[in-house]
Design a protein around this ligand. Structure first.
Ligand SMILES: Cc1ncc(COP(=O)(O)O)c(C=O)c1O
Length: 376
């Protein structure tokens, strides 16, 4: 379907094209090469961690993080249900059990109180997400993790650049995952990374990412025998993709500023004219990067259809994972998560991206206004 206004558009420029072109024209090092390390160094220094390891997706990054942290069969991992399914699937990849906890209403992140309720003797880790560009109550979750000796892995797929005060998301936990899929803050098409301050985890991540091979230098340009010391995958980000990552990361702050300006415009207009719609309100000190702009509204499904009929794409982020066919029918989950279930009936993510114009935002707002003003 072609939309008058799609949910998102990628922000790219000639520097991105040049970076990829240069990597291609090198005629070698398309898989492994210097752009990968450069991208990793830039990610680590941007987030404020000692190490970063890139992957071919956020999902493979999270899978590898669980392996590197030694989470395995028999372990329980507390995750939100109000998330993209990959967060909940990651424990399953390593034979562990995802245990769903409810969210709190302010940030849509894991609710610290319900997380405490869900801790058992088998709990090994917590994977909270930072929803749509806003930090969750990560300081409170960190305290719980520390008190119970649990591993804290942030799913920061949607929230590169978000922070509390000066501390960026991704730098609170033992490790954190970032996604560079096409609808994220910056993108390489597909791609992901893990950031961490722990050297041992960093080394394990690199091993598992590339076949469990102990790489003493570039495998493809070395005649040296390199041993395989653990089970591994090919989850690598290619050198061409990393070139795009470097070019994208150079403009991340500009991209976030553009997102924030548009979000501000939408919020101010909605608050002024449409009081029945709840706009995002980040807590004090929370710097929102607005990967998504999500409102809450009672008549959500009808509004969604009305906007679609007028060429405006919106989407429900998220429908609860514990209510999917997979979780209910294949895995037998029957848990109840009242806040998640209620919130998921009201959320609607509106189109919001750096290059969205004032005219386009007015078009969206006028359509919402038309919908609200006519009784349905
Ligand atoms: C919260 C969350 N977790 C995990 C993922 C998975 O990331 P990827 O699509 O890069 O595999 C996404 C993105 O789609 C996400 O939004």
């Amino acid at each position: 379907m072609t939309w008058k206004i799609p949910l998102f558009k990628i922000y790219w420029d000639e520097e991105d094209v040049e970076a990829v072109t240069t990597a291609i024209k090198a005629g070698m090092n398309w898989a492994v090469g210097p752009n990968v390390e450069q991208f990793e160094d830039l990610i680590a220094s941007y987030v404020g961690t000692d190490y970063a390891v890139t992957f071919n997706s956020g999902t493979s990054a999270l899978h590898t993080a669980l392996l590197a942290h030694g989470i395995k069969k028999g372990a329980e991992v507390i995750v939100p249900s109000f998330t993209f399914i990959a967060t909940a699937n990651a424990p399953l990849f390593v034979g562990a059990k995802p245990v769903f906890a409810d969210i709190e209403e302010e940030t849509f992140g894991l609710g610290p109180e319900d997380v405490k309720e869900k801790i058992t003797k088998k709990t090994k880790a917590i994977i909270p997400i930072h929803y749509g560009g806003c930090s969750c109550k990560i300081r409170e979750l960190k305290e719980i993790a520390d008190d119970h000796n649990l591993i804290l892995i942030e799913d920061a797929a949607e929230s590169l650049g978000a922070r509390i005060g000066d501390k960026k998301v991704g730098s609170f936990g033992d490790s954190a995952m970032l996604s560079f899929c096409q609808n994220k803050i910056i993108t390489t098409g597909d791609g992901g990374a893990i950031v961490t301050n722990t050297k041992k985890i960093y080394e394990k991540l690199k091993l598992i990412r590339s076949h469990g091979r102990l790489e003493t230098s570039d495998y493809f340009s070395s005649t040296e025998y390199m041993d395989y010391i653990t089970l591994g995958y090919n989850f690598r980000m290619s050198n061409i993709v990393a070139a795009l990552g470097v070019a994208q990361l150079k403009k991340v702050d500009k991209i976030i500023e553009m997102r924030r300006k548009n979000a501000e415009y939408l919020t101010a207009s909605l608050k002024r004219e449409l009081k029945e719609i709840m706009t995002p309100v980040p807590p004090n000190e929370y710097y929102h990067a607005y990967q998504m702009y999500t409102i809450m509204v009672d008549n959500r499904d009808k509004l969604m259809k009305y906007l679609a009929d007028n060429g405006i794409m919106t989407k429900v982020y998220f429908s609860p994972v514990h209510l999917t066919h997979f979780c209910k029918n294949e895995l037998g989950y029957t848990c109840k998560l009242p806040v998640t279930e209620e919130t998921s009936t009201q959320v609607l993510t509106l189109p919001m991206y750096p290059a969205l114009t004032k005219e386009e935002m007015d078009f969206i707002l006028d359509n919402i206004k038309c919908f609200v003003e006519v009784p349905r």
